[in-house]
Design a protein around this ligand. Structure first.
Ligand code: T5A
Length: 225
């Protein structure tokens, strides 16, 4: 695969979307290869429909509550479509794709948060991705109490944001375990830092990691800025 898949992960309100957008703007100013952004769930037309099924608070209605395994399979369906229709074709063209959440979200939320079988989720991730893994993952690590406070200040929380604090604490513990298992791929950032400081830290890491991966002309441009 010619391109690079760079993923932003973390609990609710950790600042993933903020940092992903800033990183995309900076990379576009530095590189001549296409720099694309996407997200899960919701990176395709089918995914947008699945996203609304998954996150709409009306699903919280007790009679219509989404069962944990149904939830797992809906996220997997979103991912399979996203990989096939968007990620693989664009990576094959050499794009750098910055993606808001990917396979680690399912392990952290459905595996640790919902306490479904982690091995089963790994198998499902392998099926949904056809083996496509992230080249680099930024894990924005934040105390869930602070993340949820940021979300509440912003307004109407979605279905998962409404889960109890201990759910979000398990999710965070899941990310910790994943970072320990994949120290080369997953980089932990302390997301309590100011957005400008995090942006600088991410730029420095991208500069190093992409210079190693991309051809010389791109790396020259990256290191000169
Ligand atoms: N999910 C997803 C699963 O359960 N399984 C899966 O497999 C997948 C793929 C997605 C939901 O689906 C779940 C996880 C999620 O619950 P979403 O709307 O995409 O839902 O939710 P999030 O990805 O969590 O998006 P959020 O917008 O809630 O959080 P972000 O993107 O981490 O945070 P951001 O950047 O939007 O910032 C949140 C607020 O904090 C402020 C921002 O201004 C904003 O108001 N902020 C900061 N404040 C102080 N200091 C900083 N450094 C700040 N950075 C941002």
């Amino acid at each position: 695969m010619a391109g690079q898949l760079i993923v932003f992960e973390g609990i609710e309100g950790a600042g993933k979307t903020t940092q992903l957008q800033r990183a995309a703007t900076w990379l576009r100013s530095q590189l001549t290869v296409p720099v694309l952004t996407s997200r899960e769930p919701g990176g395709t037309l089918l995914g947008q429909q699945l996203r609304s099924l998954l996150l709409d608070v009306r699903q919280q209605d007790e009679q219509d509550e989404i069962a944990p395994r149904s939830e797992l399979l809906l996220y997997a369906a979103d991912r399979a479509q996203h990989v096939e229709q968007y990620l693989k074709p664009n990576l094959a063209q050499g794009a750098i794709i910055l993606c808001d959440r990917y396979t680690d979200s399912t392990l952290a939320y459905q595996g640790y948060g919902r306490q479904l079988d982690v091995e089963l989720i790994q198998q499902l991730n392998a099926i949904a991705t056809g083996g496509l893994t992230a080249n680099l993952t930024f894990w924005l690590d934040l105390d869930p109490e602070i993340g949820l406070q940021r979300i509440t200040e912003r307004g109407a929380p979605n279905r998962l944001e409404r889960e109890a604090l201990d759910f979000h604490q398990r999710v965070r513990a899941g990310y910790m375990a994943l970072a320990q298992d994949h120290p080369q791929r997953i980089i932990r950032l302390d997301a309590i830092a100011a957005a400008d400081d995090l942006e600088r830290e991410i730029r420095t890491i991208l500069q190093t990691r992409l210079s190693e991966k991309l051809c010389e002309s791109f790396s020259k441009k990256l290191s000169n800025n």
